[in-house]
Design a protein around this ligand. Structure first.
Ligand code: UDP
Ligand code: MG
Length: 329
């Protein structure tokens, strides 16, 4: 492949004005080095996706695009969340690239691992997963919750790569396959392993976010985990069924016991336990209904097949940076 390989880096950005200047500098450095080594084509690009930011993120992306043809920008019409923004970028880049690498705007994903991603791509991998070698830089809480999440997902039967977030390389072929997944509840980490093709993993050290705040507070993380499970696994429903069956069996025994009590004329003493049982079952039924409702809700959304994102504009100037004027904007 080498110098003919058009590589696009896809970087979703939500309110990232603090990190963009440094991120773009580092990515430009990396891409230039790779071009000089003839590992990627001169037409390779860095595509920033603005996920409906409220700060000056789009302004910065736009001026980056004006300053150099290396940069491209994609602006979503509103905030659609990390996964949708990433998908938008991947699909847009897929129209032009031979392979794409997705990474976070805060450079927590070590940029130098890109060389090893390309090595694996040279060896024929269509999918290369970036896997964190350690989580030393994460807070104890983040580490515990994140690793617990991966274990829980695996226990739920979801095929997921341990400690792999969304730092990955996808070939054009893999992107075409990804485009065939039409689901609205996006959980890319679960979909990509379903695609198949030859894959490889590359270990890297996860850095701390160098500026700005995390856009994934606990609330969003929990919602993301819940989405991941209910979008990929029917195990919760099976567990509920098993639980329901066990409770039913126990309640039959309790019923026999209550009948015996009645026979011996001691019904009043059973009142407390009876009420307790009614409450317990009422609660359990509600829980079961809730979980079933979650799946029904998802089916509803999938049936509607709403677009997952709407592109506002795509910019890339072939002659950008050529004139003084453009540099000053
Ligand atoms: N992000 C996004 N849309 C959102 C939330 C986050 O595009 O609604 C982007 C964000 O700009 C960053 C990436 O997703 O590039 C990961 O977010 P962040 O670094 O805040 O998450 P953390 O690393 O703390 O889990
Ligand atoms: Mg981050």
């Amino acid at each position: 492949m080498g110098k003919d390989r058009k590589l696009y880096l896809v970087v979703p950005c939500y309110n990232e004005q603090e990190v963009l200047p440094e991120t773009s500098r580092r990515l430009r450095e990396k891409m230039t080095a790779l071009m000089e080594q003839k590992r990627i084509s001169e037409e390779s690009r860095v595509l920033f996706v603005d996920d409906g930011s409220k700060d000056n993120t789009w302004g910065l992306i736009y001026s980056l695009c004006l300053s150099s043809p290396l940069f491209a920008g994609l602006k979503l019409s509103r905030n659609r969340g990390h996964q949708n923004a990433l998908l938008a970028g991947l699909m847009e880049a897929g129209k032009r690239a031979d392979c794409v690498i997705s990474l976070d705007a805060d450079l927590q994903d070590d940029v130098d691992a890109i060389d090893r991603f390309l090595d694996e791509n040279d060896k024929g991998a269509d999918v290369v997963y970036g896997v964190r070698s350690s989580r030393k830089k994460d807070s104890a809480f983040k580490r515990l919750t994140a690793e617990g999440f991966y274990r829980f997902m695996q226990a739920m039967g979801v095929d997921i790569v341990f400690n792999h977030a969304d730092y990955r390389l996808l070939s054009r072929r893999a992107l075409d396959a990804l485009a065939q997944y039409k689901e609205v509840n996006l959980f890319l980490r679960g979909i990509v392993p379903l695609i198949g093709f030859q894959s490889a993993t590359v270990a890297y050290e996860r850095q701390e976010r160098f500026a700005g705040k995390s856009k994934y507070p606990l609330r969003k993380m929990l919602a993301f985990a819940f989405d991941g499970i209910t979008s990929f696994s029917v195990k919760p429903i099976r567990l509920i069924c098993t639980l329901g069956f066990c409770i039913f069996a126990v309640s039959l025994l309790v019923l026999i016991y209550l009948l015996l009590l009645k026979l011996f004329g001691q019904t009043v003493t059973g009142w407390t336990s009876l009420i307790a049982t009614v409450c317990l079952f009422g609660g359990l039924q509600m829980l079961c209904l809730g979980i079933l409702g979650e799946y029904v809700g998802k089916t509803y959304q999938e049936v509607k097949a709403r677009p997952r994102y709407i592109v506002d504009q795509y910019v890339q100037f072939p002659d950008a940076g050529a004139s003084e004027k453009a540099d000053n904007i």
